[in-house]
Write a protein that binds this ligand. Sequence first.
Ligand SMILES: NC(=O)c1ccc[n+]([C@@H]2O[C@H](COP(=O)([O-])OP(=O)(O)OC[C@H]3O[C@@H](n4cnc5c(N)ncnc54)[C@H](O)[C@@H]3O)[C@@H](O)[C@H]2O)c1
Length: 397
Amino acid sequence: MIRIAMLGSGFIGRFYADSLLGQRSKDKIVSIYSRREESARKFAKDYDCKHWTTNMEESIAHPEVEVVCISLPNNLHEAAVLLCCKHKKAVITTKPLGRNAAEAKRMLEAVESAGIFNGYLEDLVYTPKFLKAHESVKNGALGRILWAKSRETHPGPHSDWFWDIEQAGGGCILDLGCHCVEIARSFIGKDIKPIEVMCWADTQVKPIDAEDHAIALVKYENGAIGQFEVSWTFRGGLDLRDEVMGTEGTIWMNNFLRTGFEMFTTGKDTDYVAEKAESNTGWLFPVGDELNELGYNHMFTDMFNSLEQKKAPKETFYDGYVVNAVLDAAYRSAKSKQWEPVKLEIWRGRTGVSKDSHLVDYDKDHYLVKEELTHYGAKKVILKDKKSGKISEKVLD
Ligand SMILES: NC(=O)c1ccc[n+]([C@@H]2O[C@H](COP(=O)([O-])OP(=O)(O)OC[C@H]3O[C@@H](n4cnc5c(N)ncnc54)[C@H](O)[C@@H]3O)[C@@H](O)[C@H]2O)c1
């Protein structure tokens, strides 16, 4: 059994608690910290938690607590992490790790010098669909990965602090782009360095200082391209889609809307449908088991198995730092309108990786451009002469 302190009793704190305590879990939340007494009390009652407090350090330092789960607004992650270092408590924190790479780097260095277990709660690389897709990619079913695209768009977050650029650290690039970057990076290879970013961002709809819509390209050292599309202005629910394309195949994933579960209701006695669903009448797209579909169950399983086995989980503070560094470059690019370098003062992957050759041998004199079976029964190959560069086609018998 792992004994947990939950910091924050809001939206994600409750999703995490539902996952941690669901399905006859052996783990237990033994302390809850919340800013307001009534929320702390209510959370403690709902999750049968013996200790509640409005003092963050008291929760972290509580003698029964083995691991601290940070579910606080972005501007409070660093202070909470530093307290975990002070009390030598294992720490797992929600995304994004920091409001920027400088903050994330300080957190990474602090947990490593304190020698404490650290996990980065990026749930979307633990969804059942992602895990299956990633396995296929790793096994080579898609060949060499060329392009990985991830999209998260919805009508905007649910609490005031997200909309305040100081507390949140940014808009939808930081809030949603952090998921997308880690999804694409995982498909392309976490040991491959993201090198530069080109990003468009704008505030199109909301009366805020941060961006509410952005699209970016992330170039990797091996020539692969990552892409993210994020918005706080999308209407129609939570759109979570990923695509990955390689030399031998493609995977498309629709994680939330239109997953094969469609329902019509006139609205009689209906209430909650799914996260960020905008309607509960008409044709709806419910989600069977949100906790599982969003990866929370597999994520905590990896975190706590790793903690017990004294090894690093799949996602650590280091990954959170790399994601923040990519997003910092996106913010710089949105301003400069240029490709901006990803500044990684700490990089633990491969270096000096060059782009794989795009030349496929057909015979000793030709490269193969394409082969195709036509509707009229001919099998054709398109070839390029290795010396002259001339393109020709040949019909095979
Ligand atoms: N899929 C995901 O991984 C996911 C989804 C949503 C949110 N998050 C992250 O979780 C964190 C919390 O987001 P949330 O949606 O739960 O927010 P929320 O506003 O619903 O809850 C925040 C909680 O933090 C506590 N708190 C303490 N001090 C506070 C302060 N000064 N201001 C506001 N709240 C304070 C309160 O208990 C509050 O309930 C953020 O870092 C966010 O990015 C992650």
